[in-house]
Structures are given as structure tokens and as C-alpha cells.
Design a protein around this ligand. Structure first.
Ligand SMILES: C[S@@+](CC[C@H](N)C(=O)[O-])C[C@H]1O[C@@H](n2cnc3c(N)ncnc32)[C@H](O)[C@@H]1O
Length: 224
């Protein structure tokens, strides 16, 4: 199901709203990012920028016209590492493996009612230590596009929501003029293992910390 208020204007207008490479650079995206997933690629505005940084990009969208357009742009630019797929990621997830990608792009999409589901899917497919870049329209009714104010997230609220989905802060909220803000968060790495990889307490701490395991319950009180 297409998420609420996720339609697009004409491509030429959409492209005037962003300096895509600058957005990515501000959201922790550098040449060390080798693999990317994009939830809702639209015209491929950020697909192209990520691929131009040298990353392999899996770009997902529910709209066949968007997928065709993003794919055509990548082919025309000779960017062989771009895979555009027609997919409903709300209904079916991304289809990507656990712990597999370095970066997930969630741009202009988290006003969706299913935002928490998307964040859980992003966390699942990210490598430990990988980043999510979040960008959205300013909380300002005068922006030329963007979801209605009743569902448009405020920057601080969105930041809290994303952190509460099991991520660590990677950047502060940054202004992305003229109409957007954004931030990056990090999937926790398995702490403890790097320091003492062979120690059982370190392994237990790492599993606990990553949410894979729960502490054993304390022994029950003896029956009277
Ligand atoms: C507002 S556009 C943003 C496009 C792109 N992220 C950008 O910022 O340029 C949202 C995109 O998400 C896609 N979309 C909405 N619901 C979807 C779903 N359930 N599965 C896959 N794509 C979806 C829409 O077709 C649209 O292209």
C-alpha cells in the first residue's frame, strides 16, 4: 500500500528542492559507504547521488513509473551498481538480508503511518555500526511541497522517534536549505566483542546490548 501523502510533483520541480550530494554529505554519507538501501526512491534523486559516491544502491519503490525513471537515469549515467526494484516495502519489507548494508536512506517518507515498521526494517538490514539518513520537509506550512501539517513530523519529534527505534545519535539535526532538515543515526555495534572477543562475559554483554538476548531471570524465591 502506498504510504499516505507520498505522491510526487513533476520531476523538474522536485529536483529544484535539493542539492542531493550536499544532503548526503551532511548526513554522514562518504566514500566508505559501499552498500545502500533506499525506501521510496521516487525519481532517483538520491539514488543517483549515492551511486555517484561509488556505492551499490538497492532502490525500492511501489510506483512503476518511479522505478522506471530511477532505473533509466542510472543506466543513462552508466551507474551499474544501481538496482531499482518495484516493491511495497511496507507490506513485504525490503527483501534484503539481515545486517547487510552500510546505509539506509529514508528521505521524505517518515510522515507515513507505518514509520516505525520502516525503521525496524532499516535496523534489521543495516550492518552493526551502519547509518540511517533521515531527511524531511521543514515544519513550515510555506514550503512549496510536503505533507500536510497535521501529519508532518517536527524535527525533534522525528529525531526522538528514530532514536527510540533502537538507534544511536550519529549527527545532530542539520538544516538542509532551502526546505529540509535531516540527521543520521547509527545502528549499535556489538560493543565489548572488539575489546575481548573470546570472553564469555563480553559476548553476553554484546548480545544483551544488541537486544538479541535477554538476561536470565533471577532464581525464584523458595516456596514456603
Ligand atoms: C515523497 S516521495 C520521496 C522520494 C525520494 N525518497 C526523494 O526524497 O526524492 C515517496 C516515494 O515513496 C514511494 N512509496 C510510497 N509508499 C511506498 C511503499 N509502500 N513501498 C514502496 N514505495 C513507496 C512513493 O511511490 C514515492 O515515490
Amino acid at each position: 500500500m502506498k504510504t499516505r501523502e507520498s505522491g510526487m510533483p513533476e520531476e523538474a520541480l522536485w529536483e529544484t528542492f535539493f542539492d542531493a550530494r550536499r544532503v548526503l554529505a551532511a548526513l554522514g554519507f562518504g566514500s566508505e559507504v559501499r552498500s545502500v538501501a533506499e525506501f521510496g526512491c521516487g525519481y532517483g534523486t538520491f539514488t543517483m547521488a549515492a551511486a555517484e559516491f561509488g556505492a551499490a544502491v538497492t532502490a525500492l519503490d511501489i510506483d512503476p513509473q518511479m522505478v522506471d525513471r530511477a532505473r533509466a537515469r542510472a543506466v543513462a549515467a552508466g551507474l551499474a551498481g544501481v538496482r531499482c526494484e518495484l516493491r511495497d516495502f511496507v507490506e513485504h519489507g525490503s527483501g534484503l538480508a539481515d545486517d547487510g548494508v552500510d546505509y539506509v536512506m529514508l528521505f521524505n517518507i517518515l510522515h507515513a503511518a507505518e514509520a516505525d515498521r520502516m525503521l525496524a526494517e532499516a535496523r534489521r538490514i543495516l550492518k552493526p555500526g551502519g547509518l540511517v539518513g533521515v531527511m524531511h520537509w521543514n515544519y513550515d506550512p510555506t514550503t512549496p511541497r510536503g505533507p500536510s501539517m497535521t501529519i508532518r513530523p517536527r524535527p525533534q519529534d522525528l529525531h526522538h522517534r528514530v532514536l527510540n527505534a533502537g538507534f544511536d545519535r550519529a549527527t545532530e539535526i542539520v538544516d538542509l536549505p532551502p526546505y529540509h532538515y535531516g540527521f543520521a543515526v547509527r545502528k549499535p555495534a556489538l560493543k565489548g566483542l572488539a575489546e575481548a572477543p573470546n570472553s564469555l562475559p563480553a559476548l553476553q554483554a554484546a548480545l544483551l546490548w544488541s537486544g538479541i538476548s535477554r538476561p536470565p531471570l533471577p532464581p525464584a524465591d523458595p516456596l514456603p
